[in-house]
Write a protein that binds this ligand. Structure first.
Ligand code: A3P
Length: 293
């Protein structure tokens, strides 16, 4: 595919069926929609900044039986193609198509935009969700530091844009709720960032079982250690220091990795506004999140 923009350009957004996506993604939408999944593909899905990379590293460690050298064979975005992402250096679709099976793939697409072959092939999907407040804060800092993303504006502006669901990949509410519903019909393991943070070993075991693996206690301990925040922060294959579009001096990709950082960002008024919006938009679901450690 021919790529048309400079490495350092901030990209613009466009829309597919009312969901904001990178213009590059929209331009290639028909190809993305027609992507052919294979029955043994495993898809890692999330709203941006919910802990995708963390889960990717966990899955890769499990798949490689805790072999650290193997999981450090390449940067995370090469190990697991991001199917709808197209930038100046790589095309997620092409990467995925060139990959041998079993393939581990990444997406941030909402349920209704997932290429239908994933449903048809009944692929295993692991979804990770994060509470709205921390998710919003993390996304704000990410857009500040990632030169490919639209400028997030001020925190105040961003706060409103986020609640209105106008950001890239659409509304947080719709995303987490529709994936939650989908898990009743398809083989989806639905995980929460907060659970992995509080009970990493228990959640890693869930992933292991879902992938049909059986690793011994020592290997599990090793995976818990190598996927902990500080180790991943210092791992050049998972901390995104390999990504030239990211400026880690503005805000590191591996920023804080905690539950409850929203408290250092939300004003009292913003917290009330968010709680009210949340009550209204989450009234039709049983899905619930913990917002504190
Ligand atoms: P913060 O910005 O709150 O620190 P994604 O991979 O979906 O882009 O999510 C990135 C967020 O997950 C960042 O959150 C990052 O620090 C956090 N994260 C990544 N690896 C983590 C780990 N091992 N433990 C806890 N948080 C992690």
């Amino acid at each position: 595919m021919e790529l048309k923009w400079n490495l350092m350009d901030r990209e613009t957004a466009s829309q597919v069926r009312g969901i904001a996506l990178f213009k590059s993604t929209c331009d290639y939408w028909n190809k993305i929609w027609d992507f052919q999944a294979k029955p043994d593909d495993v898809l890692i899905s999330s709203y941006p900044k919910a802990g995708t990379t963390w889960l990717q590293e966990i899955v890769d460690m499990i798949h490689n039986d805790g072999d650290v050298e193997k999981t450090r064979r390449a940067p995370i975005n090469i190990r697991m193609p991001f199917i709808e992402r197209i930038n100046s250096r790589y095309v997620g679709l092409d990467q995925a198509n060139a990959m041998p099976s079993p393939r581990f793939l990444k997406t941030h697409l909402p349920v209704q935009l997932l290429p239908p072959s994933f449903w048809k092939e009944n692929c295993k999907i692991i979804y990770v969700a994060r509470n709205i407040k921390d998710n919003m804060v993390s996304y704000f800092h990410f857009q500040r530091m990632h030169k490919g993303f639209p400028d997030p504006g001020s925190w105040e502006e961003y706060f409103e844009t986020f609640l209105e669901g106008k950001g890239l990949w659409g509304s947080w509410y719709d995303h987490v709720k529709r994936w939650w519903e989908a898990k009743d019909t398809y083989p989806i393991l639905y995980l929460f960032y907060e659970d992995i943070k509080k009970h990493p070993r228990r959640e890693i075991e869930k992933v292991m079982e879902f992938l049909g693996k059986n690793l011994d206690e020592k290997v599990l301990d090793k995976i818990v250690y190598y996927t902990s925040f500080n180790v991943m922060k210092n791992n050049p294959m998972s901390n995104y220091t390999f990504e030239p579009l990211m400026n880690h001096s503005v805000s590191p990709f591996m920023r804080k990795g905690v539950i409850g950082d929203w408290k250092t960002h939300f004003t009292v008024a913003q917290n009330e506004r968010c709680n009210e919006d949340y009550r209204e938009k989450m009234a039709d679901t049983m899905l619930s999140f913990s917002m504190e450690y």
